[in-house]
Design a protein around this ligand. Structure first.
Ligand SMILES: Nc1nc2c(ncn2[C@@H]2O[C@H](COP(=O)(O)OP(=O)(O)OP(=O)(O)O)[C@@H](O)[C@H]2O)c(=O)[nH]1
Ligand SMILES: [K+]
Ligand SMILES: [Mg+2]
Length: 447
């Protein structure tokens, strides 16, 4: 545990005008600082009980009437003394109260400093600290749920469990290297291998949630593309429920990409309307088409819109390969051209809205993102976790090869330690103490 010497202060609530704002003080002098600003009110107040007080300037004039809550000892969010001050939420009044606290001995907190202190005091692991950010920035109910599960330690626990299993393996292997005369089971080699394989299985499971994690945090990049006048902008507007993009019967209306986010069954979709694709375009339109192809190339999902009242050849488009694409056969209200009979695709009319439910279902199915599919693993890793897990897995893979050949157990042990470090990074812990602890408790070597 690391004791901070400075007391930090910052506005914990949003910066706009509101009825109430929350200012947080944290550090060894939190109570003294509040007492100086409020003439002893913090010291007189009961712990974890909101108490009325007045914040006063140097001349004793009242700056604001506030509610103080004092958290003594380590029973606080940061794990150190904290005073929370609920003041009136005007911009000027919050600024004056905060300035007064700085005059009384606090310093301005840096970004994330309260959470960092909570981590340093062992109140949170790194994944939980990250979950706080996810929680605040969640755009959908599903993202919120994932953030809550991560905050409750879902990912951290799994990383710690994997790591503890491996600590046992390293301890065993190192004991075997250091004390070859000790009784070693002839099956030990196989046992090592099976435990490493089990750890890799656990890592693979977590890694499999990376894509979901990205989608929850960033949304599904959904690019609407097709020939001019197929009804792409009409589709964007229909999905949004507002007339965001210009719709007209003039081919080439949309020149630049337009982006908007919708939530579909708890999953954010970042919809991108694009310029229609056609060969004969020139000038600005050609630049628009270049952008369309660029967007299509980095899409998670393509919505390929075709005017089904026309012959198929008139709405054909060449697009980058995509494993996720939904074909929309638009303008179904005009009657379907014979070319389309029996072909796949969602029949839709942007004019009447007929087929919208089917389209929503088709999108959901193409993404495997139904709420039910997520039930078991609402926790989804972020890119930092993914990088740590990949490194851990690479080390384990090398260790497996070394263990199989039984040629260099020292190198295998080194690789395993590399994996432990990478897993430890996920929760923010890297040390060797626990390996030593495991050796002594399990093997009684010193006897
Ligand atoms: N009848 C009918 N007309 C539609 C439907 N959807 C779009 N339209 C019409 O088709 C024309 C083109 O629609 P847009 O949404 O501008 O088409 P777009 O694909 O965005 O066209 P560009 O931006 O020029 O590439 C407009 O006149 C729309 O009113 C539909 O479902 N039925
Ligand atoms: K158009
Ligand atoms: Mg358009």
């Amino acid at each position: 545990m690391i004791a901070s010497t400075e007391t930090i202060a910052a506005l914990a609530s949003g910066g706009g005008t509101a009825a109430v704002a929350l200012i947080r003080l944290s550090g060894p002098q939190a109570e003294e600082v509040a007492d100086r600003a409020c003439h002893g009110a913090a010291g007189r107040s009961e712990e974890r009980r909101a108490t009325r007080a007045k914040v006063r300037d140097t001349e004793g004039r009242v700056l604001d009437d506030v509610l103080l809550t004092v958290f003594r000892g380590s029973r606080s969010f940061t794990g150190e003394p904290v005073v929370e001050i609920a003041c009136h939420g005007g911009r000027l009044v919050t600024r004056r109260v905060l300035e007064r606290l700085l005059e009384c001995g606090a310093r301005s907190a840096g970004p994330g400093e309260f959470t960092e202190r909570a981590f340093l005091h062992g109140k949170l692991d790194l994944t939980q600290a990250e979950a706080i950010m996810d929680l605040i920035s969640a755009q959908s109910d599903l993202a919120l749920r994932a953030a809550h599960e991560q905050l409750e330690g879902g990912i951290g626990r799994e990383a710690v469990r994997l790591r503890e299993d491996l600590i046992g393996v390293v301890a065993h292997l190192e004991a075997w290297i250091d004390f070859p005369e000790e009784d070693i089971d002839p099956d030990t080699g196989d046992l090592f291998l099976s435990r490493v394989a089990a750890a890799r299985g656990g890592i693979a499971k977590l890694l499999a949630t990376a894509e979901q994690g990205r989608i929850l945090r960033e949304g599904v990049r959904t690019v609407i593309c097709g020939r001019p006048n197929a009804g792409k902008s009409s589709l964007l507007n229909l999905l949004l429920g507002s007339e965001r993009a210009i719709v007209s019967d003039e081919a080439g209306t949309t020149r630049d990409t337009i982006e908007e986010t919708i939530i579909l069954d708890g999953v954010p979709l970042r919809l991108v309307d694009t310029a229609g694709l056609r060969e004969e375009a020139g000038g600005i339109e050609r630049e628009g088409i270049r952008r369309t192809l660029h967007e299509a190339g980095r899409a998670d999902l393509l919505l390929v819109v075709r005017d089904a009242s026309l012959p198929a050849a008139e709405s054909a488009v060449e697009l980058p390969e995509s494993n996720r694409a939904v074909t929309v056969l638009n303008k179904s209200d005009l009657g379907e051209h014979g070319d389309w009979v029996g072909s796949d695709g969602v029949r839709l009319s942007c004019n009447t809205g007929a087929g919208l439910d089917q389209l929503r279902r088709a999108i959901r199915e193409s993404l495997d993102l139904g709420e039910a599919d997520w039930g078991e693993h609402a926790v989804a890793i972020n890119t930092r976790h993914r990088d740590c897990l990949r490194r851990a897995d690479e080390s384990l893979e090398t260790a497996e090869v070394l263990l199989e050949s039984a040629a260099a157990p020292e190198l295998a042990a080194l690789e395993l330690r590399g994996a432990l470090d990478a897993l430890g990074e996920i929760v923010g812990k890297v040390d060797t103490e626990d390996i030593l602890g495991a050796i002594f408790s399990q093997f009684c070597i010193g006897k």
